[in-house]
Design a protein. Structure first.
Length: 227
């Protein structure tokens, strides 16, 4: 099951995420019939599949039988995931804008933040400072090395851990991709990897654009999304 990080800006976290859930009930306002092929497109695609199927192939025999029976949706998707609506269009019921099957506010890292006694919403930053100083005493050289990192490298590393998406005012903005790797890992051949680089650049630009628009007093919630 794939995990990804999403930033949700503002209040009403569940309400903002709801429009992007895949697993929804039939009474949800986002549960609709989503057309994959119009009636004419479906028939044309089914004929193409028949023509390109190997003669004598067992699957082709099924396709011919289904076509004769008018079960075009079975040809378009042999797993019978597509159905026809009253207008003859081929598609499925669900949320076409779904990105999550499950999500967890705060991520799956419970306990990572230490809280002050008697408070559930106050992170114990003072204790963190004490522990941070203790770690510095043990490894001071590493501390200097971290602080001496070049600005461009720091910014690059920051952008590399940006979320897959930002949800703001019930709008889903994609700011990352599943197959992202560092430019060094690409063993960079600019032209060979042009598509990946261009998409990554667009994601980074979108992230920076949105990040600069977020008000300083806005509530930002980290959500662990799952496919």
């Amino acid at each position: 099951m794939g995990h990804f990080c999403v930033f949700v800006i503002g209040e009403n976290i569940e309400e903002q995420i709801e429009p992007f859930l895949e697993d929804i009930d039939s009474d949800s306002p986002y549960y609709k019939f989503n057309i994959v092929y119009t009636k004419d497109q479906g028939l044309k695609e089914a004929k193409n599949i028949l023509e390109n199927s190997s003669v004598g192939n067992e699957l082709k025999e099924k396709f011919v039988h289904w076509f004769q029976e008018g079960k075009i949706e079975l040809i378009l998707n042999e797993h019978d995931e597509l159905i026809q609506d009253t207008d003859g269009n081929f598609g499925y019921y669900g949320n076409a804008n779904g990105h999550f099957t499950y999500y967890k506010i705060g991520g799956s890292w419970n306990g990572i933040f230490e809280l002050k006694p008697g408070a559930i919403d106050l992170i114990d930053y003072d204790n963190y400072k004490i522990k941070s100083d203790a770690r510095y005493d043990v490894r001071p050289v590493e501390g200097f090395a971290n602080r001496a990192i070049k600005k461009d490298i720091f910014v690059r590393d920051l952008l590399d851990i940006r979320p897959l998406a930002i949800i703001w005012d019930k709008v889903y903005y994609e700011t990352g991709s599943w197959y992202e790797v560092s430019l060094e890992e690409l063993n960079i051949d600019i032209e060979k990897n042009r598509k990946i680089i261009d998409e990554r650049t667009a994601h980074i630009e979108k992230f920076i654009e949105l990040w600069n628009k977020i008000p300083d007093d806005a509530v930002l919630t980290i959500v662990d999304g799952k496919l």
